[in-house]
Design a binder for this molecule. Structure first.
Ligand SMILES: C[S@@+](CC[C@H](N)C(=O)[O-])C[C@H]1O[C@@H](n2cnc3c(N)ncnc32)[C@H](O)[C@@H]1O
Length: 494
């Protein structure tokens, strides 16, 4: 329960002042500061410099290919995007980039032997794997600071600000109303503040030639900018040859494509396209009409990840879900509210414990986070646990394999009564989860209508979507209970 929409006030939060800044335990430290207001409207997505060089021309000049009917254009409300100025047939090559254009962090010492580079690699070692975007962000900052960088035509076209929650005013972080996301935002803010100190310590006595950022000061704000630029734009390419594995890189121009779960374009890698000159290509996945925006699928991502890494939320996102903690006390309470007498979640029998261990819901390494929503509707481990713990006898359960217990497609593997009890418990859990949100969807919607800042709008949209996920799960399960109950009454009548 502790993980579920807790109202715990976070110790670290971003506070709204005239600019955006970050505070720790109420001691104001101006670190993440932007002199322009956060906004995501297209016309107001300022780039790093007012009139950056033409990116299309640069890619072509460097040996890349850009389809003659592809243009950079406003893509309201998504910022800039790529648009077809004429019809483009399915299968057409849209963009191709040679090996030297993507921006990556080559960790091979021989690739870059100078001292400033080794210092950069040393800094990157302080970044945990899950914050990989900061590692590549260090390389981006190095190139941003370098006079005459090869990538300046690309970097100067990057947005000046991002609508990512680490830059939200404190009130809007709270407005998200969802503990798992608040936890991630706070963790990232804390990391940036600590990393700022680390970077300053490491470069303090370094001479100018060896300075990773050409002597320029790097604070939490610029680190946050770089991390956000990378997390919202980098792609992960998979290499089969040369032991590269997965490599994250920034793909100039390709990263002007906005996201859709039904994209009209796709990325093809050099191995598949059999064109050794080009590292990566974008190809039309369907016929693209004149004025259509080119879109790529950034991945099957929940709104938590979309907001945290990209700064936007998708309505009715099929991959959105809510997190719950598997907790005996909470599940007993939900089960009793659903009309089950004497549920055994707090004190499972030894055979039930055995199943919980197999589901990794018990034991030292147990993973207690379970999810509702998304394509699965109920996470398989959670469904199997409910079915097994609400079943009356060990024998019936032990006859079923774990995959059957985990599947929502297998109807009532332990009998109708157990299935109805499991679904009713889930519906009661949904009610508890919904009641944890301090506001109702209708209140959120009327706040949205009042005209709010971009960060408030994003926070409101995010929490509306989370509540909608819960309501959709409740609807789905209630329908299943009704169907099962009618089957049950047919069985008892006959
Ligand atoms: C890879 S960049 C795409 C180019 C970007 N629009 C620009 O102006 O540079 C990703 C960013 O575009 C915006 N974006 C992309 N797809 C979006 C979508 N479906 N809804 C809202 N914003 C989107 C978000 O700001 C995201 O962080």
């Amino acid at each position: 329960m502790s993980n579920l929409m807790s109202s715990t006030t976070s110790k670290i939060m971003l506070m709204a002042k005239r600019d955006y800044c970050l505070t720790i335990n109420s001691t104001t430290t101006r670190v993440l500061t932007f002199h322009r207001r956060l906004t995501c409207s297209a016309a107001a997505t300022p780039r790093l410099v007012p009139n950056p060089p033409d990116l299309v021309k640069w890619v072509r000049r460097e040996g890349g290919f850009v389809h003659p009917s592809v243009r950079i254009a406003e893509s309201d409300p998504y910022g800039l995007g790529l648009v077809a100025s004429e019809e483009i047939p399915k299968g057409s090559e849209l963009i191709a980039l040679p090996e030297h254009i993507p921006l990556r962090f080559p960790l091979l010492e021989s690739d870059n032997a100078d001292e400033s580079y080794s210092n950069l690699v040393n800094l990157a070692r302080h970044v945990p794997e899950e914050l990989w975007a900061m590692r590549l962000g260090l390389k981006l900052l190095q190139e941003r600071a370098k006079a005459g960088s090869f990538w300046w035509p690309y970097i100067s076209n990057l947005p000046q600000t991002f609508t990512i929650p680490i830059f939200f005013p404190g009130d809007d972080i709270k407005n998200l109303q969802y503990a798992p996301l608040l936890y991630q935002v706070n963790k990232r803010c804390r990391f940036l503040l600590d990393f700022e100190k680390e970077v300053r310590r490491e470069v303090e006595d370094v001479k100018l030639e060896a300075h990773p950022f050409g002597g320029k000061d790097v604070d939490a704000s610029s680190l946050g900018w770089a991390m956000s630029a990378v997390s919202s734009r980098a792609f992960c390419l998979r290499f089969q040859n040369g032991n590269h594995g997965d490599v994250r890189m920034m793909l100039p121009l390709i990263d002007m494509c906005n996201h859709s779960f039904n994209p009209n374009a796709e990325i093809v890698q050099e191995q598949r396209s059999k064109d050794p000159k080009m590292l990566v290509k974008v190809v039309a996945g369907m016929n693209i009409k004149e004025h259509d925006h080119l879109t790529l699928n950034y991945g099957c991502l929940s709104n938590d990840l979309l907001l945290l890494d990209y700064g936007f939320v998708v309505q009715s996102n099929p991959y959105d879900c809510i997190e719950l903690k598997y907790d005996g006390g909470l599940f007993d309470a939900a089960s009793m509210a659903a009309g089950v007498s004497n549920p055994s979640f707090s004190s499972p029998a030894p055979w039930q414990r055995h199943i919980l261990s197999k589901l990794n819901l018990e034991g030292e390494q147990a993973l207690l986070k379970v999810t509702l929503g998304g394509p699965e509707v109920v996470e398989g481990r959670l469904l199997a646990a409910l079915r097994a713990l609400l079943a009356s006898d060990a024998e019936t359960v032990q006859k079923c394999d774990l995959d059957t217990l985990k599947s929502l497609d297998v109807e009532a593997p332990l009998g109708l009564a157990t299935e109805i009890a499991a679904f009713r418990t889930l519906v009661a859990l949904c009610v508890i989860a919904l009641n944890h949100f301090p506001t109702k969807i209708m209140e959120d919607e009327s706040l949205l209508k009042q005209g709010v800042s971009t960060s408030t709008e994003l926070a409101l949209q995010f929490r509306i979507q989370k509540k909608s996920v819960i309501i959709d799960v409740m609807r789905d399960l209630t329908k299943r209970v009704k169907l099962l109950s009618s089957n049950e009454s047919i069985v008892s009548q006959s």
